[in-house]
Every structure is written in structure tokens, then in C-alpha cells.
Design a protein around this ligand. Structure first.
Ligand code: HEM
Length: 525
């Protein structure tokens, strides 16, 4: 029998192998001295199997750990509202009506771990990776259109206060409201979050928003400020009351993942329309807010939503870990014709994403298929853990991994349009923006809610605040009162009722039971 015939006999298409390609002949028993042990250390197959298993998890995302994803495409209308899109941006993916760009989208909750419930009261992440002909563009947004804070310096503290107590590992709204009551700019976001808008019914029936202000740049290098919005096209927007969410959570922690997956499997593909709001690129002193402030909405009457294209999600991931877990989005990932604004939060974010991904996924995370652009990549970056291939051009001299070179290395690209080059003349400072206006829009949003949404907001706030110390309750009520006196009054009344009820039930709260120990206060639910 020749060698090929022998291996044919012992190995066929479905034969289990290890990663060295060796056929595995016994996958049930470790190698032992006698069948009662002890085990031996030179048992390579076992060591390979168990040590890979020991490393099967990568660090979860520090925020937005729980997610679901899908593939699809974005199709441009070639226009922005009624105007040609080229007037505002030269980004190629938007230009020619009907042109499709592949996308991968990941939806997520923010605060808790990969195994947490999808019914949490939490913003929802809405991150889109566009694999454009010019390389990747990531639009890393949320469902809500604004954010808690406007300065990235505050982000780690904010997230700490939202996450479980570092001692008890229990959720504790007191920590969250302690931070929020000392961050008045969060009042607007709190108003959304504690209303039904804080628990979208699922991922298909929610909006998305870039939240931060970006820029579009045209061929002449002229820029405008833009905000991006995704509007669900098929089944509208749906949010849950706390009661509805609790009923779902009693049965499953994964309803939104299941809903998305099953809809795509039955070919009911979710769709969103991409709209932008546009403002000229200046400070807009006529507005009572700063256009670069992510705690603010741009009023739609002045800055209407203009349709740009639509996105369809039509394919589930083939492997959750490969695609949904390892995908890496970042606000720095822009293509020609799209730019940053001076929005401070956006600039802070832009450092944070790729920094965490080099730690979470690894130095060469951009070589993974889900993250790599679907176009030619040629860099002089070499080495690092898990380098998978060399990013070199076919004609590149493999000895030349530097630029400039006269020995056959890579060359710089030509600039395709005029650069946008804003001029700065200011002192370098650490200062808050001038038009903070922390409460007005929170009041506008409160008044714009439907009655049932306001009722939910008040009851949810009263429930969460009832476990906080009096000083925190008072600071929050004063913020709500600044937003709208009725809002403040209703929260105060509902809180008093809740505390009286808790007292009746002999439940603990710091206002109702001032004698409670500090330690017990930290265990609020
Ligand atoms: C995820 C930082 C604000 C949306 C993340 C991650 C970090 C981060 C470190 C984990 C990324 C990863 O492991 O791949 C920050 C910082 C912020 C900020 C420093 C403010 C200074 C925001 C805002 C939004 C947002 C305002 C919404 C517009 C998201 C989304 C994800 C995410 C959607 C999940 C992306 C995914 O699905 O992989 N953020 N973030 N973040 N962030 Fe932020």
C-alpha cells in the first residue's frame, strides 16, 4: 500500500484534526499511566485542546459588551433631500443614485456584560461599518440622539457610576444619580433614558443617530456641519414600558437578538433611511446652544431631516464570535469627503476606540476579515501579535517596509479634492463651552412627550431615586424643576409617594430611613 492510500484509509473529509493538521485518533481519553492515571504532560493533543479552550474568550468591550449584528447594504439616493449630494460632500459612496455599499451593523446595550438582559434601561448602540471603495467608514452611533456629557474627560467616571458597585458588584442607582446630579448637562439625556425611549422594544424598531457633529467636505474643500440619523422604514419606532420590559425579562434575556436574527432568517429584512441635518460651519451665535454640544438636539424646524439613502440588513452572521464579537468600530474611521468637527466628545472618542481594540482584539485587529476593508490594503506596518499576512502591494519590494524609498516601496496617494483647512486663533484652555444651556431642551423634550411617556418617566425616576440619599434626590429634582417646574413637582410628588409606600412596606430608603447605615444604603436596588 503506498503512502497516499494509507492516509486515505485513515483520514477523510470529516476527520477531526488538531491545528497542526494531525488526525486525532482518540478525542475521549487523556494519555495516562494505566487507565487510572496519573496523566502525562507530553499529551500534545490534550494540551492543545485545553489551552485553546482556556483562551476562548477575549476581553469583552468595556462598554456595549452585549450585542447582535447583521450584514447588509447601504444604497444612496445620490441626493441630500432635493439637492445633489456633491454640493456638500465628495464622499464617493453617496454620489451615484442606486449605488450600493456593503455594511455590517452591530446593535448593543451599553452598561452591562455580554450575558446581561436586552431589556435593560440603557441607550442602544447602533454602529455601522460601510465597506466603501475608498476604504471603511464607521458611523458609531446610538439610538438616542443626544448624550449624557459633552467632555470626554468625564466619560470613564460616568461609566464607572453606571456600572455595578466595585465592592458589592450590585447595581446601585445611587451611584449613577450621584454622578448625574453633579453633571447638570445630563438632564436632557436622563429625561429620554427614564422615559419609554430608554427601553426600545427591539433593535429593528429603533432609530439610530451619530449623536456627535461631523463635517461634510465638497470638492472645493468647503465644509458644512452634519448630524446623521437612521429612521426605521418598515415597522416604525416602538418602545417599552417598564412593566412590559420586566415581563419580557422574566422569560428571556435575549429577545432583541432573537428578534433580529429570526426576522432576517424569514427574509423580513429590516431597513432604515439615512437622513442628515446640515448647518453652515460656524459657531451660530444666533442659537441658544452650541452646535458642537452633543447634549443638544438640532431643532428639526430649523434644520430639517434630509434623506440621503437607505440601509437593508439581509444576512445573519455565519459565526457570532468572528463577526459580532471581533468587529471593531471607531469614530476615527472616515473616508475622503467626511471629516470631524471640533466636538470635544467626538475627538475624545476617536482616540478611545482603536486604543481599546488593540487591547481587546489585538494589535492586528484590522487584518481580521470583518474589520479589513474590501479593497486593496498596502501599508508599511509590520509585525505585532497574530500578524496574519503582510499588507504589501503586489509590486512592492518586500525588503522595503518604509517610505520614502527609491528601491521599489509604496508611494503616497494624490489628494483628490481641496482640503478643508480651518483656521484657529484661540488660547489653549481647559474650559466649559459658553452656551451650556443645560436645562432648556430637557424641558422641551419633557413637554413634547405623550402623556403615557411622561407618566412612565415620572414613575421610573421616582423608583430609581427612592434608593438615593436625600441630597442626591434634591439635586436631581432641582435640575428637573429648572427644565420645567411641572416636571420637578411631579418627580417630587411621585418620590414622596414612593418613599411613603416603601416605609409602609418597611423597605429601606435613605429619605425614609435616615438612620440606615451607610453600608446598607449602598445596596439600593
Ligand atoms: C463602544 C468609548 C461615547 C457609541 C465603545 C467602546 C469604547 C467607547 C472604549 C468599546 C469599543 C470596543 O471595545 O470595540 C467611548 C468614549 C466616549 C463614548 C470614550 C465619550 C467620550 C459614545 C457615544 C456614542 C457611543 C456618544 C453614541 C454616539 C458606542 C457604540 C459602541 C461603543 C455604538 C459599540 C460599538 C460596537 O458595537 O462594537 N465606546 N464612547 N459612544 N460606543 Fe462609545
Amino acid at each position: 500500500m503506498n503512502h497516499d492510500a494509507a492516509s486515505e484509509k485513515h483520514e477523510h473529509e470529516d476527520t477531526l484534526t488538531n491545528r497542526q493538521g494531525h488526525p486525532v485518533t482518540d478525542n475521549q481519553n487523556v494519555r495516562t499511566v494505566g487507565n487510572r492515571g496519573p496523566t502525562t504532560l507530553e499529551n500534545y493533543d490534550f494540551l492543545e485542546k485545553i489551552s485553546h479552550f482556556d483562551r476562548e474568550r477575549i476581553p469583552e468591550r468595556v462598554v456595549h459588551a452585549r450585542g447582535a449584528g447583521a450584514h447588509g447594504y447601504f444604497e444612496t439616493y445620490g441626493k441630500v433631500g432635493d439637492e445633489p449630494v456633491a454640493k456638500y460632500t465628495r464622499a464617493k459612496l453617496f454620489q451615484e443614485a442606486g449605488k450600493q455599499t456593503p455594511v455590517f451593523v452591530r446593535f448593543s446595550t451599553v452598561v452591562h456584560s455580554t450575558a446581561s438582559s436586552e431589556t435593560e434601561r440603557d441607550p442602544r448602540g447602533f454602529a455601522v461599518k460601510f465597506y466603501t471603495e475608498d476604504g471603511n467608514w464607521d458611523l458609531v452611533g446610538n439610538n438616542l440622539k443626544i448624550f449624557f456629557i459633552r467632555d470626554p474627560m468625564k466619560f470613564p467616571d460616568m461609566v464607572h457610576s453606571f456600572k455595578p458597585d466595585p465592592v458589592t458588584n450590585l447595581d446601585n442607582p445611587e451611584r449613577m444619580f450621584d454622578f448625574l446630579s453633579l453633571s447638570p448637562e445630563a438632564t436632557h439625556m436622563v429625561t429620554f433614558l427614564f422615559s419609554p425611549w430608554g427601553i426600545p422594544a427591539n433593535y429593528r424598531q429603533m432609530q439610530g443617530s451619530g449623536v456627535n457633529t461631523y463635517k461634510w467636505v465638497n470638492q472645493e474643500g468647503e465644509a458644512v456641519l452634519v448630524k446623521y440619523h437612521w429612521e426605521p422604514l418598515k415597522h416604525g419606532i416602538r418602545n417599552l414600558t417598564q412593566q412590559e420590559a420586566s415581563e419580557i425579562q422574566a422569560k428571556t434575556t435575549s429577545h432583541a437578538t432573537q428578534d433580529l436574527y429570526e426576522a432576517i432568517e424569514r427574509s423580513d429584512y429590516p431597513e432604515w433611511e439615512l437622513c442628515v441635518q446640515i448647518m453652515s460651519d460656524d459657531e451660530h451665535p444666533e442659537l441658544d446652544f452650541d452646535p458642537l454640544d452633543p447634549t443638544k438636539l438640532w431643532p428639526q424646524e430649523q434644520f430639517p431631516f434630509r434623506k440621503v439613502g437607505k440601509m437593508v440588513l439581509n444576512k445573519n452572521p455565519e459565526n457570532y464570535f468572528h463577526e459580532v464579537e471581533q468587529v471593531a468600530f471607531g469614530t476615527g474611521v472616515l473616508v475622503d469627503g467626511l471629516d470631524f468637527s471640533d466636538d470635544k466628545l467626538l475627538q475624545g472618542r476617536t482616540f478611545s476606540y482603536s486604543d481599546t481594540q488593540r487591547h481587546r482584539v489585538g494589535t492586528n485587529y484590522l487584518q481580521l476579515p470583518i474589520n479589513a476593508p474590501k479593497k486593496r490594503v498596502a501599508t508599511n506596518q509590520r509585525g505585532g501579535q497574530m500578524e496574519y499576512h503582510v499588507d504589501k502591494a503586489p509590486g512592492q519590494n518586500p525588503h522595503v517596509d518604509y517610505e520614502p524609498s527609491s528601491l521599489g516601496g509604496l508611494e503616497e496617494a494624490q489628494q483628490s479634492g481641496k482640503l478643508n483647512e480651518p483656521h484657529y486663533d484661540a488660547k489653549l484652555v481647559r474650559q466649559k463651552i459658553d452656551r451650556a444651556n443645560d436645562f432648556k431642551q430637557a424641558g422641551d423634550t419633557y413637554r413634547a412627550f405623550e402623556d403615557w411617556e411622561r407618566d412612565e418617566l415620572i414613575s421610573n425616576l421616582a423608583g430609581a431615586l427612592s434608593v438615593c440619599q436625600t441630597q442626591i434626590q434634591d439635586r436631581m429634582i432641582s435640575h428637573f424643576t429648572e427644565a420645567d417646574p411641572e416636571y420637578g413637582n411631579r418627580v417630587r410628588e411621585a418620590l414622596e409617594q414612593k418613599l411613603a409606600m416603601n416605609k409602609g412596606d418597611a423597605h429601606t430608603s435613605s429619605r425614609a430611613a435616615d438612620e440606615m447605615t451607610d453600608q446598607a444604603k449602598g445596596m439600593g436596588q
